[in-house]
Design a protein around this ligand. Structure first.
Ligand code: GCO
Ligand code: MN
Ligand code: MN
Length: 390
């Protein structure tokens, strides 16, 4: 099935989390269905299939409660696998959601001891990430939310979250680390509602922080889709703000539970526009897949899953080039955008003269409304291109 044309290569910048290939096929209704590969095995699998890097939570590599000597052994063994394969660790993050200590959140928990412990755990995990070479540090506040708003004031939660991120960004600056933060929004799951539910909310929050220049977003396709939103638009807004520091690619049937499907497994068209966007604007960061294989799979199915994510990305990248080179599509776009210089005098900002000229302008409102845009044809051509008949 795997031909050379869409063979992933390290320069494609594909990354996976240890937790993604390491997913054991557990769900809320049943226990694990497979024995996942170990972190060292994952590094070797990823290198074999052409990935660029592997990302991790602290606990993915070093299980909670591991002693110092064992910890050093694990890290040394992992670093050896990285050196042997050339695989990178571009991103690291903290698990602030599995341990029951975080059942009421981490940075936003009502108990100050939980909040302090969350900061301590993050600092230790930042140290690990920096030691492994990470340049991006992700914050996904999976438990930063509520089931009942009787339990916590959203204003307190906002204030606590801000204090935590400010504290940690000052820590990173103080240490002189070359590390940026990427905040990852999600609307719900595992909490009933999670604070900062989408990319727009997160961008608004970042603007209130002490060091916004080092803080961006890590948008996830499935998370925006869970909220019924348009992921491309969210990513474009993050890009426009200079805040697209990382991206989590996966897939999801809209407005359902968190499905974490293989990239492009469900929403082919949205995946196409997204890949085309990332490639057209020249996004240079990791293409990180935050998904996992179906529960039906064994380790060979996990490989099929990982290869599938990357191949679909590369195929859609090729389709994006085809879209940009398709004469009929480009002619339709040119027609829609024709006459762009008609109101050139209005561009470049406000002036009193422009207002005067604008108010004196006659518009043929009826003609504007009557103009056909041929979007049906444009969309159908795009559909046919994606389906491979153009
Ligand atoms: C989820 C999230 C996580 C985070 C990960 C990295 O829905 O569980 O997407 O997978 O991305 O914890 O911070
Ligand atoms: Mn997710
Ligand atoms: Mn994610």
């Amino acid at each position: 099935m795997v031909d050379n044309k869409f063979q992933p290569k390290p320069e494609d910048k594909f990354t996976f989390g240890l937790w993604t290939l390491g997913n054991p096929g557990r769900d809320p209704f049943g226990p694990p269905t497979r024995t996942p590969p170990t972190p060292v095995e994952i590094v070797h699998i990823l290198s074999e299939i052409g990935a660029y890097g592997v990302n991790l939570h602290d606990d993915d590599l070093i299980p909670l409660g591991t002693g110092a000597a064992e910890r050093d052994r694990i890290v040394a063994e992992f670093k050896k696998a990285l050196a042997d394969t050339g695989l990178k660790v571009p991103m690291a993050t903290t698990n602030l959601f599995s341990d029951p200590a975080f059942k009421d959140g981490a940075y936003t928990a009502n108990d100050p001891a939980v909040r302090a412990y969350a900061l301590q755990k993050t600092i230790r995990s930042i140290e690990l990430g920096v030691d492994l070479g990470a340049k991006v540090y992700v914050f996904w506040g999976g438990r930063e939310g509520t089931e009942s708003d009787a339990t916590k004031s959203p204003l307190d939660a906002l204030k606590r979250m801000r204090e935590a991120i400010n504290f940690l960004s000052d820590y990173v600056r103080d240490q002189g680390y070359d590390l940026k933060f990427a905040l990852e929004p999600k609307p719900n799951e595992p909490r009933g509602d999670i604070y900062f539910p989408n990319v727009g909310a997160m961008l608004g929050f970042i603007a209130t922080l002490d060091h916004p220049e080092m803080i961006g977003v890590n948008p996830e396709m499935a998370h925006e889709h869970m909220g019924g939103l348009n992921f491309l638009h969210a990513v474009a807004q993050a890009w426009d703000a200079g805040k697209l520091f990382h991206i989590d690619l996966n897939d999801q049937n809209y407005a359902r539970y968190d499905q974490d499907y293989r990239f492009a497994a469900q929403t082919l068209k949205q995946s196409f526009y997204l890949v085309k966007f990332l490639e057209d604007v020249g996004y240079a960061g990791s293409r990180h897949f935050d998904a996992h294989a179906y529960r039906t799979e064994d380790v060979s199915g996990v490989k099929d899953f990982a290869v599938g994510c990357m191949r679909s990305y590369l195929i859609l990248k090729e389709k994006g080039k085809q879209f940009n080179a398709d004469k009929e599509i480009q002619d339709l776009l040119a027609e829609v955008n024709s006459g762009a210089d008609k109101f050139a005098w209005l561009a470049g900002g406000y002036s009193k003269d422009k207002v005067k000229q604008l108010l004196g302008q006659e518009f043929d409102r009826v003609a504007l409304g009557a103009r056909a845009l041929h979007y049906e044809r444009l969309d159908q051509l795009t559909t046919e291109l994606i389906l491979g008949v153009r």
